[in-house]
Design a protein around this ligand. Structure first.
Ligand SMILES: *Cc1c(COP(=O)(O)O)cnc(C)c1O
Length: 383
């Protein structure tokens, strides 16, 4: 919470000032020349002092050289792929990803001649068969949205690096308080700042952290002219505020989530629970190796399947029905219901690989543990 900011440089202000400016003025043409030649502050799409504090703090938290923040997590996916990949390149992805990232991989990148190759990376050996002379990068989430399952960063990273591929990990479900993918062999970490890092459900943002040259390329192409999707100074300030309590919040998300996972595991109406920090989970050793604790994200299925999931959600009182995650509140969602309804406006809408009709995703919030357990139990008991 102190990195990259000294109140002594700002009249003693403890909270960093929000620089609401779209552009910068100069006292002389010579001074403007000098700034232009050094890549300094000319215009708000490329530089903002408030935003730059956030970038430096995120890079510091992830243990990376440089950071870049953009308008949303999807803006980060767009800036990354469209800045680093070209026509003819191949991108290997894990077969299960956040639904809109899947849409980008299926319907976005192929239009630009970038081939996307989905692979089951739950066995890292599967990566080898997908690699060709045109492969440039491997992209995956861990934990994965919406299942919450984990992939082995070090094992996938070692195989990818041996083949000269860039390794990109979307770590939105963990946050740097629980997992630092760069320490396990990733080259670039991607975040939806909308989720845990801001953590208060009031702003969207995205980030990329990695080697200075790669981040500079994404800045000078992705943000400057490919997407232009900058984060506003106000959003940067809100995210800086949220970031101060990240560690405390993640401890509470994790302790609430493990209590709920344990309760679900023993409830007769529940068919399965996916929370990698349950010792019974098949990937518990991987989770322990690369994360310091579990986050608030878990998924589960009911014996009553699709219909029971809808009834469960309708009978909840404290846990709210909604699609975001990582906030103080506890939104719950049933992807199969949303996907069916979405077909009205997107006929190609489909459930992502590994997501069944019964899957319920819960983002366990910061409420009192007993209140959350009580709300879920009362609804489960009425099924
Ligand atoms: C939400 C999410 C994104 C997209 O982020 P936005 O800020 O909503 O654009 C990307 N990856 C994961 C894992 C997410 O959960």
């Amino acid at each position: 919470m102190h990195h990259a900011y000294d109140p002594a440089d700002h009249h003693g202000a403890v909270a960093p000032p929000v620089y609401f400016t779209s552009t910068y003025a100069f006292e002389s043409v010579a001074a403007q020349d000098e700034t232009a030649a050094q890549g300094g502050k000319l215009y708000g799409r490329e530089h903002n002092p408030t935003t730059e504090i956030l970038q430096e703090r995120l890079a510091n938290l992830e243990g990376g050289d440089a950071g870049l923040v953009v308008a949303s997590g999807m803006a980060a996916v767009g800036a990354l792929t469209l800045s680093l990949l070209s026509q003819g390149d191949e991108l290997i992805v894990h077969q299960a990803l956040y639904s809109n990232t899947v849409a980008m991989m299926e319907g976005g990148l192929p239009r630009f001649g970038i081939k996307v190759v989905p692979v089951d990376l739950s066995d890292p050996v599967n990566l080898d068969a997908a690699i060709t002379s045109r492969s440039r990068a491997v992209y995956f989430e861990t934990p994965i949205n919406p299942t919450g399952d984990v992939l082995d960063i070090a094992a996938i990273g070692a195989r990818a690096r041996a083949a000269g591929l860039l390794v990109v990990v979307d770590s939105s479900f963990a946050s740097p308080a629980l997992q630092r993918p760069l320490e396990h062999g990733a080259d670039i970490v991607l975040h939806s700042l909308t989720k845990y890092i801001n953590g208060h459900g009031d702003v969207l943002g995205g980030a990329l952290v990695g080697p200075a040259e790669l981040i500079a390329t994404i800045h000078s192409q992705g943000v400057r002219f490919v997407t232009g999707a900058v984060l506003s100074p106000m959003a940067s300030a809100l995210i800086l505020r949220g970031l101060k309590t990240l560690h405390l919040r993640m401890m509470r998300h994790g302790s609430n989530a493990i209590a709920i996972a344990r309760m679900l595991e023993t409830h007769p109406a529940v068919a399965w629970v996916n929370y990698p920090f349950l010792p019974s989970h098949p990937r518990y050793p991987v989770a322990r190796r690369q994360m310091s604790n579990g986050s608030g994200m878990l998924s589960f299925g009911l014996r009553g399947g699709f219909q029971a999931a809808r009834r469960l959600l309708d009978n909840l009182r404290l846990i709210s029905l909604g699609v975001s995650l990582g906030d103080a509140e506890s939104p719950i969602m049933h992807p199969a219901s949303i996907t069916r309804a979405r077909k009205a406006i997107r006929p190609d809408a489909h459930l992502v690989m590994g997501v069944g009709e019964d899957l319920i995703r819960l983002s366990v919030g910061l409420e009192d543990e007993a209140d959350l357990l009580h709300d879920l139990s009362q609804s489960l008991n009425r099924l």
